[in-house]
Each structure stands twice: as structure tokens, then as C-alpha cells.
Design a binder for this molecule. Sequence first.
Ligand SMILES: Nc1nc2c(c(=O)[nH]1)N[C@H]1C(S)=C(S)[C@@H](COP(=O)(O)O)O[C@H]1N2
Ligand SMILES: [Mo]
Length: 427
Amino acid sequence: MTSKSKKDELQAPDRRNFLTVGVAGGAALAASAVAGRAADGEPAITEIQDWNRYTGDGVDATPYGSPVEFENHVIRRDVPWLTADPVSSVNFTPLHELDGVITPNGLCFERHHAGTAIIDPAEHRLMINGLVDQELVFTMEDLKRFPRENHAYFLECAANSGMEWRGAQLNGCQFTHGMIHNVMYTGVTLRHLLEEAGVKPEGQWLLAEGADASAMTRSIPMEKALDDCLVAFKMNGEALRAEQGYPVRLVVPGWEGNMWVKWLRRLEVGDMPWAQREETSKYTDLLPDGKARMHTWVMDVKSVITNPSPQAPLTHGKGPTVLTGVAWSGRGKIQKVDVSLDGGRNWQEARISGPSMSKSMHRFYFDFDWDGSELLIQSRAMDEEGYVQPTKDALRAERGENSIYHNNGIQTWHIKSDGTAENVEVS
Ligand SMILES: Nc1nc2c(c(=O)[nH]1)N[C@H]1C(S)=C(S)[C@@H](COP(=O)(O)O)O[C@H]1N2
Ligand SMILES: [Mo]
């Protein structure tokens, strides 16, 4: 699983990061273009190939399947210089290799503070204590006796696109936007478990604690806990991966990833937030005046074009071109996505295809005939509450450049006439 093609390596963008808009729009129609070729001169179809000739492996060869060898470059990647130690680090979902809205389990980005805990489910316990009528402990078997629900939700780390606050930095949507995954969870509602224990009236906050070596804790307001949170044990139909918190994790729909405690072992009900210190120092957004934005839990509306992009250039040349990307909002469904080919001067509505679910990723397409001219491509999403994805300049005007978290600004890729793409900003 180590073969990487050249284009998948992270390359530093050249320094022309702030382009002014000056290219011709590329949407001019080449009416006769088709995405096919003449049948003669194609031995791949006219001659018998090995796979036509010989039988393949039997059904006993791969009891648990993995992707075909030609897809070995479709992997999570990390940026070694980003963090001091791979145990407290992050890797990134290869968004440019995916389609549809569901992230395959083996490709979900990982973020952990003390490595992946490996927990025997038979030994795992989840405790509810604090301001409850009755403190309770659940085994995994106990949890599976509560009524179950299925929901697809995105999980985005608050630091996704964090490097980009200071201008175009990383050359590929895997690195600029890959701290996100979108998975179908199966679990029981947190409300059910809390009702079983009986939350006392003063119980306004919930402390969620992980069983990993970081003993990660996060405070969650009771209102959210009783609204739509899940205690999940399956993702995309199968058991959680160890990296994602096996045997059980907290799902906090639409809210920043750090609250989705993995390897969940304890839920303590209290009358005020615990991690006050943590929340004021770490997961806050520093403003230009030195003040911090607190309790910025919701992940605002955001989108990115995944193809073409720096890791996925337009190798096919002029003619019919499928531009695609993903959009999401922590406030509900995506209402619409617009695409610009000229750095934000002109916008056209993209086509959303696939399920449109609240707080879940949406897939959009924009089909056009590329005339081979340079493009500055952007996507701009609007959610069902009417929030529109801002430009990076608008975000900086409001929050300055000291921030790391919550960068939902519009991303620009510069497509050159040879089809290669680069991370840039337009001003
Ligand atoms: N127990 C525990 N839970 C955790 C973390 C952790 O280090 N330990 N990291 C958090 C952070 S910062 C994020 S962004 C998400 C990442 O979830 P993932 O690894 O499934 O992508 O998990 C959160 N839950
Ligand atoms: Mo995170």
C-alpha cells in the first residue's frame, strides 16, 4: 500500500499565491466535442486480453476484501512537518479520489492526541455518572439493547483548512480540506441513555471522556446532548475502525470534530462546563484584538472542488469536462452550490446529485466544455438557513489572521492550459 504516483506527492505551490483575476472564462462551448474515440486503433478492445483468457481467484481468496491493486495510490496521507509526532497528529482523506457522499472506512482521516487505542469490546464499559438519579454502567451488549438509529453525518476537524488562513499553503484538496469524513452511523441516541440514568434538573452540561491514553475530555451542553447526538458502534454498516474509536464513539452532528469523543468510556453530567481552561485556550478562535471567539461549535457552510485540483489535474485536454466537489453545513442541508470559472466574477449553479441529508456531505457537479484556457475555479455553497460560504478575504476582515480554526472560506484552484492545477488566492 505504499506505491504513490508522482502527482500524489505533496508539492509546495509556487509563490504566485495572490493572483489577480485576468484570465478568460473557459466555458465557451466546443459544440462538436465528444468524450469518446474512434474504434479503430484501440487494441485494448479489439484484441483478447489476459483477463479474458484465464480464470481468476476463487471466492475463498479474500475473506475480507480490499481495493484492487490499481487503486493503491488512494490512501490517507499525512504532512510530516505539520506536527512533531505521528502519535499526536492527523492524516487526511483523499477527497480528490472519491465520489458520491460516503467516505469509505479505510480512508477516513484520523486525528488523535495519543495514538489509536486498541480495546477489547468485551472489556469495554461506558459509565454515566454525576448529576443523575442513578449512575449506570453499560457493556457493549447492553448498549445494543437500546433502539437503534441510522444517520449519515460529516465530521470536520475545527482545524481543517487552518493552514490556509495565512494564504495558499498546501497543494491539494486532500491537505487543504481532507480533515473531514462522511459516514453512515448506527448507534443509540444519547438521549435514551441519559433518560435511563435520569438527568437531574441542574444537569446542564455533559463531560464526555475517551478511554485512550490522552483521556480526552470535552464538555457538551445538555441541550445538544438531548437533541441529536448518538453513541455509535457501526460506521457504513460495519464495526467502527479502531482509528475511529472502536468499540464506541460519540457523534455530535454538525459540531466540530474534537467533541466527537472516540473510545467513549464515560459521560458525566454536571452543572457547568468542565474543560473551561481547555475551551478558552485551545479550541477558540483568536481575533485581531486578542479576544477569543468561544463556543464556536457549529461547523459553518463550506465546499471545495475536488476535481480538478492540484492532485487531480485535467489530463484529458479540451472538451467535455466534469468538475465536481463536496459541500456541507453544520446547520442542515445544502440548498445550492454555485461554481465560478473566472475567480468569482461570474457564477453558475452546479447540479447536486445523491442524497441531500442534514449535516451530511453533498456532492455537486458542473459539466462544461473546457476550451483549454486558464481557469480560476471556485465553489460557493449556501445552506438551508441561507448562510453563504464567505470569501477568505471577508473572513480575514472579520477575524484577522491569527486564527487556526473554522476557516470555511471559498477555495480557488488555478487551472493552467496544460491542465495542471495550483492552490492560489484571488484578490
Ligand atoms: N478519545 C479521543 N477522541 C477524539 C480525539 C482524541 O484524540 N481522543 N480527537 C478528536 C479530534 S480533534 C477530532 S477532529 C476527531 C477526529 O475523528 P476521526 O479520527 O474519526 O477522524 O476525533 C476527536 N475525538
Ligand atoms: Mo480536531
